[in-house]
Design a protein around this ligand. Structure first.
Ligand code: PNS
Length: 162
């Protein structure tokens, strides 16, 4: 039984995240989608909201479990769920620079390996932060996030700007 962790802040979940989760599932019997703290990011959604969005998008998919792990290191979560690897998507060189240091640090801490899956090139422009920025000014984020997430984003947008 191979288990991996797909970690992230998922603030909010995008279709790019879902693509990586699905591809991780082709590699492992169980994928734990771990909603984690990223102290460098000020979240728009609470951990509970992110968890609900992910659970609704992932549904009852066999072998995929969504859980929030606050106040812990990713390597501690991996030990807790007995994951053999961390799986992350790479959209391009910018992601690599950011991800490589974390992958090396995680391996330094416990020996756990990080597997990188190349992101779908058609989704290379999709990130949670850009989705939030586009939505904040009234832009249409359809197709970038699941419909249920788009509805929450639009509801949070606030009054339209003149
Ligand atoms: O979606 P993100 O924000 O790029 O994901 C980054 C995340 C949450 C995976 C990373 O910040 C993380 O692992 N946070 C948990 C705390 C931790 O282990 N920090 C040390 C990382 S080497």
């Amino acid at each position: 039984m191979r288990c991996c962790v797909c970690p992230g802040s998922y603030d909010p979940l995008t279709v790019g995240h879902l693509d990586v989760i699905e591809r991780a599932r082709t590699l492992c019997d169980e994928v734990v989608v771990a909603i984690m703290d990223n102290p460098d990011k000020k979240g728009m959604f609470t951990i509970e909201e992110r968890t609900a969005m992910l659970r609704s998008a992932v549904g009852e998919r066999t072998g995929v479990r969504v859980a929030a792990f606050e106040g812990r290191l990713l390597v501690q979560v991996c030990q807790e769920v007995r994951a053999e690897a961390i799986v992350k998507g790479l959209r391009g060189g910018g992601d690599m620079a950011y991800e490589l240091a974390m992958a090396l640090m995680n391996r330094h801490l416990t020996g756990i390996e990080t597997l990188f899956v190349p992101g779908d090139p058609g989704l290379a422009h999709v990130s949670s932060s850009l989705v939030k920025a586009v939505n904040a000014y009234g832009g249409d984020v359809s197709g970038l996030v699941p419909d249920a997430v788009r509805e929450v984003l639009v509801a949070r947008r606030g009054p339209a700007r003149d």
